[in-house]
Design a protein around this ligand. Structure first.
Ligand code: TXA
Ligand code: MG
Length: 383
């Protein structure tokens, strides 16, 4: 199958995308977080084709993407989705439903996914056998236009091959899925750059963050006065299981196809011999090494790079812009994160290293989480 890249030059691009979707084919679409692989959420064949194109195991559930028309002033999305059999909110108290409405008002359309008990209409393939369903209203206008034209909900995982780096530009999707899907709708570079925050909101017990994203625990607390738990911690127990109960529990995710190590301290000429010794001890080939710099030390690092020797053949800095606000720095870093990992993967080095990302709340938390998973939590201890 030839994969077409549909850009602004294609005047009929939205009609063509909707036609493919209605035929049950998966199409890559831009969202504000990462590119998604959209498919008609009411067509089992279409849903199955998403898993096939991504080579994704069937136990890993999909997020259902909803049109922003559900949020119009005289509509209650919770009641509508409940009546249509997508969610079951019968056990949720009025207070909890009120909190859900506050969250949707504050963060939808946008990078927040809510996990609620599922209703009878939800196809099992979407939920991977779980009794909950994940929902979000994406903010990208192209995605919204496609939802509106297709008159259906779309399930959409990130448009990458299973466990590989998520795509944040249409070219990245072509690298991932060319020949497997009919088309990619171009919508420019994704504004956020990391996937949505996934928040589980059960009828009883605390809401909990299953995956970190731009909407942080602090943002949620400010909105509903409840600080969610963070259950997005890594757990080896879940590795290699054939079911999961929350995302982000797999050891490897977002990973480049090269050995990749997280450093417990930023690399410099003093720690470099130790890093090399540790890597050799692990049986790694250190003849060509690349580094992802995560702090604002590009200039000072470049000055000492020559003292590290020729093995260090590529250095990429996540935070290229000069900014005084760490919030802005983190947002820029998030936007550049997956693209930088792709550059490292395509670069000359056989082995990749990554400085630690500063421990800050907010989207910095999401960046650290992605880097740790991309390195499969293989950390070199330099303390
Ligand atoms: O930003 C995003 O969320 C992107 C864009 C395309 O919308 N989508 C995305 O989908 O990241 P995906 O499939 O790559 O990641 C969705 C995560 C998975 O790790 C999955 O396990 C989790 O959400 N998930 C889906 N349904 C769930 C459920 N019912 N309970 C717990 N986790 C769920
Ligand atoms: Mg994904």
């Amino acid at each position: 199958m030839k994969t077409e890249l549909l850009t602004e030059d294609h005047g009929d691009r939205f009609e063509r995308v909707s036609a493919w979707l209605m035929q049950g084919l998966p199409v890559a679409l831009p969202t504000e977080t990462v590119y998604g692989l959209g498919a008609d959420a009411s067509n089992p064949k279409a849903i199955a084709s998403v898993f096939e194109a991504k080579e994704r195991p069937l136990f890993d559930p999909l997020i259902v993407h909803l049109p922003s028309s559900l949020l119009s002033e005289n509509n209650d999305w919770l009641q509508e989705l409940s009546q249509r059999g997508w969610i079951d909110i019968s056990a949720h108290s009025a207070q909890r439903l009120g909190q859900l409405r506050q969250l949707s008002q504050a963060f939808w359309p946008g990078p927040l996914t809510l996990v609620l008990p599922k209703g009878k209409a939800v196809n099992e393939l979407i939920t991977g056998g779980l009794d909950t369903v994940a929902l979000r209203v994406p903010a990208h206008p192209h995605f919204q236009k496609v939802l509106q034209m297709s008159q259906t909900f779309l399930c959409a995982p990130s448009a990458n091959r299973f466990q590989h780096i998520s795509p944040t530009r249409s070219e990245d999707v072509l690298d991932e899925l060319s020949g497997r899907i009919p088309g990619v709708l171009d919508g420019g570079a994704c504004a956020v750059g990391v996937e949505s925050t996934v928040l589980s909101f059960p009828a009883e017990g605390s809401p909990s963050i299953l995956r970190h994203g731009q909407v942080s625990a602090e943002h949620i607390k400010a909105c509903i006065d409840v600080l969610p738990e963070c259950s997005a911690q890594f757990s080896t127990e879940h590795h290699n299981k054939d079911t999961i109960d929350a995302p982000g529990q797999m050891l490897t995710h977002y990973a480049p196809n090269k050995p990749f190590f997280y450093l417990s301290k930023a690399l410099d000429s003093a720690s470099w011999p130790r890093v090399q010794r540790q890597l050799k001890g692990l049986g790694q080939d250190t003849s060509t090494v690349a580094l992802l710099l995560t702090e604002r030390r590009r200039d000072s690092f470049l000055k000492q790079q020559s003292s590290l020797g020729e093995q260090l053949c590529q250095v990429i800095a996540l935070n290229q812009q000069d900014s005084s606000s760490s919030n802005e720095i983190d947002r820029n870093a998030a936007k550049e994160l997956f693209g930088s990992l792709r550059q490292l993967e395509q670069g000359p080095a056989k082995l990749l290293l990554c400085d630690p990302y500063p421990q800050r709340p907010g989207i910095a938390h999401a960046i650290r989480d992605r880097l740790l998973k991309a390195t499969s939590h293989r950390t070199l201890d330099l303390d």
